[in-house]
Structures are given as C-alpha cells and as structure tokens.
Design a protein around this ligand. Structure first.
Ligand code: GLY
Length: 575
C-alpha cells in the first residue's frame, strides 16, 4: 500500500509537470542535489554514514566501505559481512575503471552434485536453507582490497559508525519491522539468528524499538582492529568454522584462508554514443546489459515512448534473447571461457535485432518447463557514491535471498549467505529466481556462482554521468537496463527514471511481468501480441543512483521501498 501511494505521488508529479509544460520537463520528480558528492543507499542512516566519511575528506571508496559496513547493521536482509558482491570503481585522477569481484567462492570440499538427493533430484532446501548453502563470504576481503587500493582515511574510521550502530542500537523502522516479521519462520529455525533479530520472548520488534546487536559490534571491532585477516584467519574465522561444524556445512578454516577477491577488467560498451562501463563475469548482468543495448540500438525507442506497448514488447523480446544466452554461456571466467566479446559485439546485437517481430511475442516453450519466479524479496542491496573529485563507486552486494540461509554464526552476530543456490545444482532445474544454467555454471570447489548483480556507470563524453544498480535477482539486470533506457532514450532525470513502472522478462518462465501501474489498455494489447502477462504487486527492483550533471552532484532512490536515502555531504553538520 505504502509503495502504491509513493509511486502514485511520484508519477502524479511526473504527469502533472509534463502536462503543465506541454512536454517532458526537467522539473518533475527531482533528484537530491549537492555540491560536494552524494551517497544513495537502501537505508538513509547508512547513506548518512557514507556522506559523513565524504565530509571528513574520505574518497568515494572510503564512503562506500563505510556505507557497506553500516548496511550490515541497518539492513540485515542484504547488507552483510557473511555474503559477497561486486564493486565497480571509477578513479577520476587516473581516468581508470576497475571491478572488484568479491563474490563468494564454493568451499574446498564442495562437489558438483552435493545438492542432489539419493534419487538424483535437486534438494533446494539444502542449497538454500542449510549450512551447506553458504559459500565462503567475500565482503570483508573485498572492502579490504578496495581500501588498500583507493582508501584515504584509516580503515578503522570506516567501521566506526557501524560499530556504534550495532553497539548502541538502531531504531527499527517500519520497513525493517515488516521485513523481519515476514521472515520470522526462516530466521527462527535456529536459536542464534532468532536471538539476534527477535525480542527475547521471540516476538518481532515493532517500529520504534531499539535493535542492539552486541555480537555484531564485537565482530566489527575485531575487523576494525585487526583488518580482514580477523575474518579469514582469526577469531571470526574460528567462529564460522565452529558454526559450520555444528550444522554440517563446508566453510572450513582452509577455505576461509584461501578466499581472494579479484580485480577484474571492467567491460565496456556504448549505447547511442554514450559509454557504458559495467561488471564482467561472474556477473551475468554486465554482459547482458551491453548485449540488450546493442539490440535496442536498432529500434527507435525514444519515438516509441516510455511505457508504450511497442517499447514494452520490444524490451520483453530483447530480454528473452539475453536470458536464453545467459543459461548457456555465462559462468565464473576462472573456470569457464565466457564468450564476452561475441555476446557484447555490435554484430551479434544486429543479428538478434533482425529476429524480433514487433507484432508478435515469440514462445519460449521449446525449453524445459518452468516455475513461477519467487516473489521478489529484498534479497540484495545496491549503493552508489560519488565524491567531490568525481570518483565513483557502484556497489551491489548480497546474502542471496533475504537474510541468506537464515543461519547466523553463533557468537559473531551475522548471517550466512545461501549463494550456493546460484550454481546450476542440476541442469534444467531453476534456482530461486527461476533461472536456468548449464555446465558453465556447474558447481566446483573454489568456483564463484554466476550472479545477476549489475553495478553500472554511464559516461557522457568521457565524464561520469550516473552510476546505478539494483537488487532483485534476475530482475536486477532488467531494472538496470530500464534505468539506462529511461535516461538515454526517454530523457528522464535519474529520479523519474527510478520511479516509472518497470517490466521484466527472463525467457523462462515465458511470462511478461509488469508492475501494476501499466494501463489496462497496454496490458490488453500486449496479451494480443502473445505475451503471457502477469502483474507484480510488490514492484521490481530498488535502484540507488548517483550522478553528476553541469557540476552538480545528484542522487535518487527508488520510491518502491521506503526508508532509502540520497545524502550529500553538504547536509552533514560540521563536527
Ligand atoms: N544472488 C543473486 C545474484 O547474485 O544474482
């Protein structure tokens, strides 16, 4: 309901001002603006933590790390120490872009068929909700590497606010109270997680309550004092290994000690003259964003109009093609030769464009039968930062599903991911997001599961324009694509582009998901073109975007979820 009201207000402003001016106006839904940088994150209190670091002279990377540690306290469904992610960095002084891959790795004793039962069937309960579901976490190590390369402030300073938030407590928001209540069953299967996120009597926290996380504060203090080694080789590693032993998991001390984040070359493409920089594999999102933009370049998307039948139909057909390729060609590049150049080539885009029929939806029925994707959960989170020097961080990280496996490391205060479910545990059996995979994404020790996380940065004439990303599993890729199309083709500012209704298709299952704000007429014509339209009531994605235009720094959060914030260091009182 809250979301419907927020979207209604946002969209009413778009419509009213567009009507008043006779054309789309730059003054409809406005981004937050500032003169010395910007942080956009899923929880405003964590964006403030990042903005304070910028105000103290920290770099965008410093602010991103501080925001990331803070989200591990304020947004436990996706902010994390026990998960992993991708950090895309633009270094303005060197005019250099790098990608830090801190995705989880399969533990050393993992085996290809570890989630198959005695009949050879996939046991999704084990790949999602048992101790075996956890891959070796990468977040602390990834942040450590980013700090080593681009940090300006001391490491300790970057954990200071998160430690305070955990030790002194955070005021539970409506959003967090609701989120925790919905996941009580999952979190209360084990005493540790239940104790960390529910009251002593087992009842859910109400909005306004104080949530103190003492064990998490102690863990953060160790990381602050001893650096990432505390997590991978020290006391925290011992606690993780003990938890694994207790629950029959595989993340042991040697697997933790062997964890390494990887610096990877970003992938680059162009769309109608603008440069797009994004994440290489094991993200699938970066490759497919470029692939889809290459197809879209062959169609007059601006003329078709935002949200029109033609645009939605075209996007659906383009997404169908990309997700079909995803199931076959994408995996961890350290284990599988991903054909990135071919998939992202202009020539392949042209070939695929020529196969699209603008009047009729294709069928995906010649592939294995599917299941409805799970309702979207707040399963991943994105934050974006730009500093006064124009350095940018676009960071997406996750525990996989909301609250990951729901299993906490007893005594350490944090949840473990269930990222092992992102491997293709059995070919032809979809993961939690309805996604299929094959050999490229099969399970092997030390391998990283394929991800949809898609941090992206768009450049205009070599100058950073905006950085964006989203949670939402498979819908991450399509939400980021629509941000880029809305800004470049439809001339929206980043706040409008975040607010307008979204659609999603992922080839399999063969369903066109639409947010509920599309008009009945549009839905009817899309059905006539052969689409199996379903309505997503909770909305898709939660983009957090920063940018810079004409010397002004901009920030925009997604109106689909309450509690997010774009915060400028200008708004931080001097201290
Ligand atoms: N765990 C969701 C993703 O990485 O795509």
């Amino acid at each position: 309901m809250l979301r419907a009201i927020q979207l209604f207000i946002a969209l009413s402003i778009v419509v009213l001002s567009a009507t008043a001016c006779g054309q789309r106006s730059d003054h409809s839904v406005l981004p937050v603006s500032g003169s010395s940088g910007m942080v956009a994150a899923r929880v405003k209190a964590s964006a403030v933590v990042g903005a304070e670091v910028l105000a103290d002279g920290g770099s965008a990377v410093d602010a991103a790390i501080a925001t990331g540690f803070s989200l591990a306290v304020t947004w436990p469904s996706a902010g994390n120490l026990g998960g992993g992610g991708f950090m895309l960095i633009h270094d303005a002084s060197r005019d250099e872009d790098i990608a830090i891959d801190y995705r989880e790795m399969a533990p050393r004793l993992a085996t290809r068929d570890m989630f198959l039962d005695e009949n050879g069937d996939m046991n999704s309960n084990r790949s999602r909700f048992s101790h075996l579901a956890a891959g070796v976490p990468g977040t602390v190590s990834g942040f450590g590497l980013a700090h080593q390369k681009y940090g300006r402030l001391p490491w300790k300073r970057l954990l200071q606010s998160a430690i305070l938030q955990a030790r002194e407590g955070i005021v539970v928001s409506d959003d967090l109270a609701d989120n925790l209540r919905r996941r009580q069953q999952r979190l209360c299967r084990e005493a540790a997680a239940c104790g960390y996120f529910f009251r002593h009597d087992g009842t859910p926290y109400a909005a306004g309550d104080l949530l103190v996380q003492a064990d998490l504060a102690a863990t953060l203090e160790l990381i602050a004092e001893q650096g990432p080694d505390a997590f991978y080789k020290g006391l925290i590693a011992e606690k993780i290994a003990a938890e694994m032993k207790r629950g029959g998991g595989l993340v042991d001390l040697p697997s933790l000690a062997a964890y390494k984040p990887v610096v990877r070359a970003v992938i680059r493409g162009s769309y109608r003259g603008y440069e797009i920089v994004t994440m290489p594999p094991p993200s699938s999102g970066g490759v497919h964003i470029l692939q889809m933009l290459n197809i879209l370049e062959h169609f007059p998307v601006a003329e078709m109009g935002a949200g029109s039948v033609d645009t939605v139909h075209l996007l659906a057909e383009v997404m169908r093609l990309a997700f079909a390729d995803r199931s076959e060609h994408l995996g961890d590049p350290d284990y599988y030769d991903v054909p990135v150049s071919w998939l992202t080539s202009k020539q392949y885009g042209e070939e695929l464009a020529s196969t699209i029929d603008m009047q009729a939806a294709r069928s995906s029925e010649d592939v294995a039968p599917g299941v409805e994707p799970v309702h979207e959960s707040d399963d991943t989170t994105h934050f974006s930062v730009i500093d006064a020097d124009g350095n940018i961080v676009s960071n997406t990280y996750t525990l996989n599903m909301s609250y990951g496996s729901g299993i906490a490391v007893a005594g350490a205060g944090f949840l473990l991911n269930n990222e092992m479910d992102d491997f293709a545990g059995k070919f032809g059996v979809p993961n939690a997001y309805g996604l299929l995979g094959g050999d490229a994404n099969s399970l092997a020790p030390g391998k990283r599961p394929l991800s949809s996380m898609t941090p992206a940065i768009v450049f205009d004439n070599g100058e950073p324009w905006f950085a964006t990303g989203s949670p939402g599993g498979s819908r991450i890729i399509t939400a980021v694509l629509q941000m880029i199309v809305n800004v470049i083709d439809h001339g929206m500012n980043i706040a409008e582009a975040s607010a307008v209704p979204r659609m999603h298709h992922q080839w399999y299952p063969d369903v066109l998901m639409l947010e509920s704000e599309f008009s009945p007429d549009t839905i009817q014509v899309l059905r006539q073109r052969g689409h199996d339209v379903k309505i997503s009531r909770r909305g898709m994605g939660s983009v957090q975007t920063v940018g810079s235009r004409d010397g002004v720094f901009l920030g925009a959060t997604d109106p689909r979820r309450s509690g997010a914030g774009a915060v400028s260091p200008d708004d931080i009182p001097a201290h």
